[in-house]
Ligand binder design. Sequence first.
Ligand SMILES: Nc1ncnc2c1ncn2[C@@H]1O[C@H](COP(=O)(O)OP(=O)(O)OP(=O)(O)O)[C@@H](O)[C@H]1O
Ligand SMILES: [Mg+2]
Length: 346
Amino acid sequence: MDVTLRPAISIRRSRMGKVFLADLVGNGTMSPDLGSFLAAAVAARKNIMIAGATNAGKTTLLRALANQIPAEERLITVERALELGLDHFPELHPNVVAFEERLPNSEGQGTISMADLVRRSLRMNPSRVIVGEVLGDEIVTMLNAMTQGNDGSLSTIHSNSSLEVFNRISTYAIQASERLPVDATHMLIAGAIDFVVFQEKRNEYTQGGRLRRFVSSVREVTGVDGLVLSSEVFAPSRDGQAVPHAPASCLDELAAYGTTRRGEAGVERAEGARHRLEGLATWTESLRDTIAARSASSRPSPPLPGSPTARSASRWRGLWTGCTPACRCMWRCAGSPRTSTTRAPT
Ligand SMILES: Nc1ncnc2c1ncn2[C@@H]1O[C@H](COP(=O)(O)OP(=O)(O)OP(=O)(O)O)[C@@H](O)[C@H]1O
Ligand SMILES: [Mg+2]
C-alpha cells in the first residue's frame, strides 16, 4: 500500500560530525563561560537534557558534550535512527556500543523498542548511557536509570522552552505502559535530571541578519514541590544568547571539575555590587538625616535684637578669614565679604 504519491528521499547529513564545545564557542553558539560551565557539568557526571525545536542543533550539541567525556569511559548510545556516530571516532571514544531501535517486520514481529534497549544497556556495565532523542515511553526507563546511579547521562528532547521540558516529559510518561501520573513524573524528573540546556534556531534574514543557532537558557533542577522546582542559571540576554543569571546550587562541585566560575563569579560580582550600592544609598540617606537632625539641634537660635549675644555677633561678623559669602557659621555672616586676617577685637 502506498504511503505517498511519489517517492521522496530526505538525507539527514550533519555538517558537524566531530564537534567540540570549543567549536560551538567559536561559532557563537555559546559564550566561553557557558562552554566551561557545560564542560564542568559533563565532567561532574551531571544528567543533562538538551531541549529545542526541530533542527535547532540538539544532536550536534549532544555530540559536543559527549566529546567532553574522557576516552576511558564506556558509552552506550541508544537511538531511534543511528546519527550520533560517537563510535566513528575511536580516538575520542574507543569503547562505544551504539544501539538502534528495531521496528517490527511485516508480521508485527521482532520489534526492539528504545525502552528495551535502555533497559538492556544498563546490564552492560556502561559508564554513561546516551539516549539520542527521547520521543516516547523510553523516558520512564531512562529517568529510572538516571535515578539509580547511572549518572552522567545525556539526552535530547523536543520542546519550545527549557521550562516546557518537564511537562513534555510528563506527557510522554503518561502515555507509557507504566501510565505514570504527572506528580510521580515530576518527582522522577527532580531525582534524575540536573540540567536542561535549551538551544534555539533563529532566522534573521528578513532583518538583514543570518541564521543563528545558540543556547538561550540553562535550567538547573533544584527540587520538587508537587511540580519540578528549577532555577535558570543561564538566561537569554537581549540578543537571545544565554548569559549568567543565577548561581547554580552545585557551583562548588562544578568548580572542583574545572569550571572557571567566570559566569557565576560574574553573577556574584554583579549581585555583590548591587547590594553594596543599595547599602551605600541607605547609609548615605541615614547619614544625611543624622546631619540634618544634628545641625538643627546644635545651631544656635538667632540672638534676640539688642541682647549681649547679638551685640557680640555684630562685633565678630565678617572678621574671620574662614567666612565666605556662602558661609553658614553660627555668627550668620552669610553674605559678608571675605575679610583679611584681622584679629578679633578684644
Ligand atoms: N551550533 C551550530 N552552529 C551551526 N550549525 C549547526 C549548529 N548545530 C547544528 N547545526 C547544523 O544544523 C543542522 C541540524 O543539526 P542537528 O541535527 O544537530 O539538529 P537537531 O535539533 O538534532 O535536529 P532534529 O530535531 O531534526 O533532530 C545540521 O546540519 C548541523 O550541522
Ligand atoms: Mg537530532
